[in-house]
Design a protein around this ligand. Structure first.
Ligand code: HEM
Length: 225
């Protein structure tokens, strides 16, 4: 336990925590994006899929036991990801104030600024998104349990789809830099694979962006109703 605490206090430990919590959130994002594409299978299949996630494991687990467990794990991962990010940022700011008079690596500072403000935007998006699609307070006509109808009605407004689009651009940039630096934090920097890190990050980030925006765009264009 003391070794874990010592590791966490180090910069490398915080970077590993950031990478592992990010990896968990990344896996959720891939699953969520693929799940959203099920909307093209129609109302019954999509609603059954959403209900299946809510009641996963029942009756061996309590009816919504898996859902709440998953929510707690995700919330924990978000909390640790933000905590590690803030602590790393404070540490690098402190170190830089002592060592440099001005920024020497502009592309690095641009990426970390994008990560910081992109992260804040993604966080605000998720808060709005839960009020929009899960609890319904930000939805014009929310019906609990009818996820398909909530989806179709929720994306009738170009303003709403526009905001989702902006948030997905932020997510895409965040994932691009995040995947790239995660591979470094977990030590995947062998010369043989190093060249692959940026293209691989680019393919994942772009694939997730496209997968997420297709369903809301299809609703807005009248291809799904
Ligand atoms: C265009 C992009 C997205 C669409 C169309 C979308 C769609 C949905 C829908 C329909 C639900 C409700 C599911 C249900 O009640 O069964 C939902 C829930 C949720 N989404 Fe998304 N989502 C998108 C992007 C994202 C992103 C980028 C994140 C995270 C970074 C995210 C995180 C969540 C979370 C945390 C929930 C709540 C799950 C729960 O606790 O029940 N979504 N999303």
């Amino acid at each position: 336990m003391r070794r874990v605490a010592t590791l966490y206090r180090s910069t490398v430990g915080k970077k590993i925590l950031m990478a592992l919590s990010g990896l968990l959130l990344f896996l959720f994002i891939i699953g969520h994006m693929l799940g959203n594409l099920k909307v093209f299978e129609g109302p019954d299949a999509f609603n059954a899929y959403a209900e299946g996630i809510r009641t996963f494991g029942y009756p061996f687990l309590p009816e919504y036991g898996f859902l709440w467990l998953a929510r707690l794990v995700l919330l924990g991962a978000v909390g640790l990801h933000i905590l590690a990010a803030v602590q790393l940022w404070q540490r690098s700011r402190g170190a830089r104030a002592r060592k440099y008079r001005k920024e020497t690596n502009l592309s690095f500072s641009y990426a970390s600024r994008t990560m910081r403000w992109g992260g804040v935007l993604i966080f605000l998006f998720v808060v709005y998104h839960i009020l929009h699609m899960t609890t319904g307070q930000a939805h014009p006509d929310f019906v609990y349990g009818d996820v398909y109808a909530n989806f179709i009605i929720g994306f009738q407004s170009p303003l709403v789809v526009g905001f989702y689009l902006v948030a997905q651009v932020a997510l895409c940039l965040h994932l691009y830099h995040g995947i790239w630096s995660m591979t470094q934090s977990v030590g995947a920097t062998h010369p043989k694979y190093d060249r692959m890190r940026r293209p691989v990050a680019g393919v994942f980030a772009t694939g997730i962006f496209i997968g997420f925006i297709i369903p809301p765009m299809a609703v807005l264009l009248g291809l799904l109703s």
